[in-house]
Ligand binder design. Structure first.
Ligand SMILES: [Ca+2]
Ligand SMILES: [Ca+2]
Length: 374
């Protein structure tokens, strides 16, 4: 079973190959994963990389007064138009950069922002939302869910790349904290993704659904609610998963989150790669009932090349962090760790920790949690 697991779990890297999603999420073919609400659905098409606001939010039309529709105007108009909104892009063709002078409006009505609709999209995001000119704020800030952010490059914002306060929000297929190539650090000033809501979905197990969350100054992904799912993401590496592009602190922080699913063992694309981060891979600091299985922590997606996190691979701490399940005994449940040479992985190892398949207790301290051969 060990060999079978290795083949199944570690060789199918397509889920991390963003290019493999070419065509799968192209213009307007967005219904399956992004749209969470039905009924009234207003579609707005952004056709300008400018930054002017909507001239009249009472008219139902995205227009900055010159006939152009900017992302700022689109969000303003979508907020003002009752019901679910979809924002698509048609700013010429190919890569475009939007550089707002101030933070964009909060998203106050459920919205689907689909950067993958931009003509020329071929599997990796080409709409860049840069915070380089903004003095404060996050790149996209959802106040009301279920909202979905898909196919965007969100970088250089003073606060988070994406802040989520709604329930049922989804973040899929984005580069958060890097350039368009996914190889250069363009980190946001705080966390890559910071979710305060419940049932947040970060990534997914299908090609193109995972996010690249790397280079951010603090945590890569922080979850604070219940029922979240984190699958198929690269956290702390480049887009190819071949080298560190670490977040400054912990890669994935389940700060007070409960009943979160991180990874999975029923499909190869469910696993996350959490490697190259500055203060550990995955942190469980509170909450209860989180399940962590089938992930790759401290290596490349193949599990054979060291990309260590500084500190622990998985840290379980605090007397309130209880009832978590880390790894398991079924094929592919083990959280992947390096095999040889052991010295290459020491930075991911710490105190003895809960073994595979056991619920964590209030252990305190740093835990290295992988079964080396599961
Ligand atoms: Ca308008
Ligand atoms: Ca609306």
């Amino acid at each position: 079973m060990r060999r079978a697991c290795a083949l199944i779990c570690l060789t199918a890297t397509a889920a991390f190959g963003f290019a493999s999603a070419a065509g799968a999420g192209g213009a307007h073919s967005t219904g399956s994963s992004g749209r969470r609400a039905l009924g009234v659905n207003t579609t707005i098409i952004v056709n300008s990389a400018g930054d002017a606001g909507d001239s009249d939010t009472g008219d139902g039309v995205c227009d900055d007064g010159t006939g152009a529709c900017t992302l700022r105007a689109a969000i303003e108009q979508a907020n003002a138009t009752p019901g679910f909104g979809t924002v698509l892009f048609a700013i010429g063709r190919g890569p475009q950069t939007i550089t707002p002078a101030t933070s964009l409006p909060l998203i106050t009505d459920p919205l689907f922002i689909d950067g993958a609709s931009q003509p020329g999209f071929a599997g990796t995001p080409i709409i860049e939302l840069s915070g380089a000119a903004a003095p404060t704020g996050s790149g996209l800030h959802v106040k009301t869910g279920p909202s979905t952010i898909r196919g965007m490059v969100v970088n250089r914002w003073p606060a988070d790349g994406i802040t989520l306060e709604g329930d049922g929000d989804m973040v899929q297929g984005n580069f958060i904290g890097t350039d368009l190539t996914g190889t250069i650090d363009r980190g946001n000033g705080f966390n890559g993704i910071d979710s305060f809501g419940n049932n947040t979905v970060i990534g997914g197990d299908q090609p193109g659904q995972g996010n690249l969350v790397s280079g951010n100054a603090n945590v890569g992904i922080e979850l604070r609610g219940q029922g979240g799912t984190v699958r198929g993401n690269l956290v702390g590496t480049n887009a190819a998963g071949t080298a560190a592009l670490g977040n400054g602190s912990i890669g994935l922080d389940l700060l007070v989150a409960s009943t979160t699913t991180v990874g999975g063992h029923s499909a190869p694309g469910q696993r996350n790669v959490i490697s190259g981060n500055g203060i550990g891979g995955l942190g469980l600091f509170g909450g209860t009932g989180n399940v962590v299985e089938g992930n790759v922590i401290g290596t490349d997606p193949s599990g054979s090349v060291s990309i260590p996190n500084i500190g622990a691979g998985v840290k379980v701490t605090s007397n309130t962090a209880t009832g978590h399940t880390i790894g398991g005994t079924a094929p592919c449940q083990g959280t992947r760790s390096p095999s040889t040479p052991e010295t290459a992985w020491t930075s991911n190892r710490g105190r003895p920790s809960p073994s595979a398949g056991t619920a964590s207790s209030a252990t305190g301290g740093w835990g290295s949690t992988w079964p080396r051969t599961a």
